[in-house]
Write a protein that binds this ligand. Structure first.
Ligand code: NAG
Length: 170
């Protein structure tokens, strides 16, 4: 009867010291993300802030590849306590997974976030004027590009009407 509280105390102590040990070997980073309206041509930035540690070294990766500051549209501003990644101007090729890797005195940590660059819709294939006789089948081609993927819909004027009606696929 007397033993139970002592055992409980002991297992709590072991749990606490184990979680301290795990925490001491990895630097936790404050979560960060790119704006959801990151569009082509804009400037975006994210800041990597470890919750502990001093005099830290920072690295930034895109899809696992280290980024170099000053190359293309990438600028990395690192300080002892935080590091900012600036992309200016955004291009479609900048979409991907961005990782901040931080290290100091044998401790390391990383945080990864995704960047989806929005690209306005553009034409790839425009339908062209076509004559057809009644009873013929007719194929018109239409294709767009962009991110997210553009939705395509067709509409038609009937007879001499100037009003367009959407065509539903069957
Ligand atoms: C980014 O990470 C996600 C989730 O881990 C993965 O599904 C995706 O393939 C990655 N994208 C690239 C371009 O590596």
């Amino acid at each position: 009867m007397e033993l139970f509280p002592v055992q409980f105390l002991l297992s709590s102590l072991i749990l606490i010291s184990w979680s301290d040990y795990v925490g001491a070997n990895s630097l936790r980073i404050q979560p960060f993300s790119f704006p959801s309206d990151s569009a082509i041509g804009k400037r975006v930035s994210v800041t990597c802030t470890p919750l502990t540690g001093e005099k830290m070294e920072f690295k930034w990766l895109r899809n696992g590849q280290e980024l170099a500051s000053g190359r293309n549209n990438i600028n990395i501003l690192s300080y002892p306590l935080l590091s900012s990644l600036v992309i200016d101007p955004l291009t479609a090729e900048d979409s991907g997974n961005y990782t901040c890797v931080v290290s100091t005195r044998g401790l390391t940590g990383s945080y990864t976030t995704k960047l989806d660059v929005l690209v306005p819709p553009t034409w790839v294939t425009t339908p062209s004027d076509t004559d057809a006789s009644s009873g013929d089948s007719l194929v018109l081609h239409c294709k767009g590009a962009g991110r997210p993927e553009p939705l395509i819909s067709w509409s038609v004027t009937l007879g001499t009407s100037r009003y367009f009606f959407f065509i539903q696929s069957i």
